[in-house]
Design a protein around this ligand. Sequence first.
Ligand SMILES: Nc1ncnc2c1ncn2[C@@H]1O[C@H](COP(=O)(O)OP(=O)(O)OP(=O)(O)O)[C@@H](O)[C@H]1O
Ligand SMILES: [Mg+2]
Length: 375
Amino acid sequence: MSDLTVERASKAFGSTAAVDDVSLEVHDGDFAVLLGPSGCGKTTLLRLVAGFEHVDRGRILIDGKDVTSAKPGERDVAMVFQGYALYPHMTVFDNIAFGLRSIGLPKQEIAERVERVAASVEIEGLLGRRPGTLSGGQRQRVALARAISREPKVFLMDEPLSNLDTQLRASMRIEIKRLQNELGATVLYVTHDQVEAMTMGTMVAVLHDGRVAQVGTPDEIYERPRTQFVATFVGSPPMNLLKGTLQRDGSSCRFEGSGIQVALPERWAGAVGAEPRPVSLGVRPEDLHLGAVRPAASVPMGVCCVEVTEQMGHETVVHVSVGTSLLAARVRNTWQAAPGAEMPVSVDVERIQLYEAETGRALSVEDLQLSPVPA
Ligand SMILES: Nc1ncnc2c1ncn2[C@@H]1O[C@H](COP(=O)(O)OP(=O)(O)OP(=O)(O)O)[C@@H](O)[C@H]1O
Ligand SMILES: [Mg+2]
């Protein structure tokens, strides 16, 4: 299949910067996911790649070829639209065959191809029906079959599973991944659902207000969110954020704020000068530990009070108050405590993140301009 490059692309509608200086490299065989909240520019970016909209600035390359001003038909991409966009008056067969007829394939070859792709998504029995008579999941498969039948260089999929119920969504996730592996396809897939992004993507680009907030593997996005936005958008429940300051403590340092003090590993001392530095401390729910027994890497952060427990079946989420904050902790499903119970809480400080209060950007010891350490 193919590489796709988006180079500093921008697109505005009036005063709305829908896509703002976005760059993206999708390599051959990648399953790239655009993840972000409603209105962040996902569909617009996909339409720019497909050629249904044109960039105000920037370039789009497919397999190294500049297609910035090429028509959709010349780009060799197939798009699965947010609402499927099937022709209601045509049969399933004709919906799939439509694109193949328009490129002038012989009748016999069209019929063979339609049969083959229909079998691959298990809709052979539906070829004579009209979209209006199909379930959401079946329509979904027709839209996929139509895209696959074109044998494009790149697949563009815009929230293809959003209209399906939870179970069907889970099985279609697996099906799309299986198909992608089988075809060796390059996919750019849009979703606002982090589960889809994390489970399907080989790379994920998180979009925020038309800009790329972070690009990385699902693991990088989860483990090392580069901004507070990414930290709280990805993860359920989201990362806990505590407001406060980072302060020197002799040669070491600590976080202080929201009624909590936490001693931090010495390397963070490099991120603070003589004056306390306003930050948010980020902690994933699984990195908080409740109770007197704490893992070796964790550091006490005081006493918490259990407010609410949510039993999720395979795990339990416990909402506790500590200092002036309400935090979520992820614990084993066998864990039990009544609301109102008080107990020590500790945090795995090797896994915390610190975000600069002003910009929301992650502090990393390497990229800081340090003020001189007081004598
Ligand atoms: N044709 C248009 N004319 C005017 N504004 C538009 C147009 N298309 C998109 N926009 C605006 O651009 C922004 C991005 O829209 P877009 O459809 O790309 O978002 P999205 O991330 O796909 O959202 P959703 O998850 O709701 O589908 C929004 O503010 C939207 O209102
Ligand atoms: Mg959209």
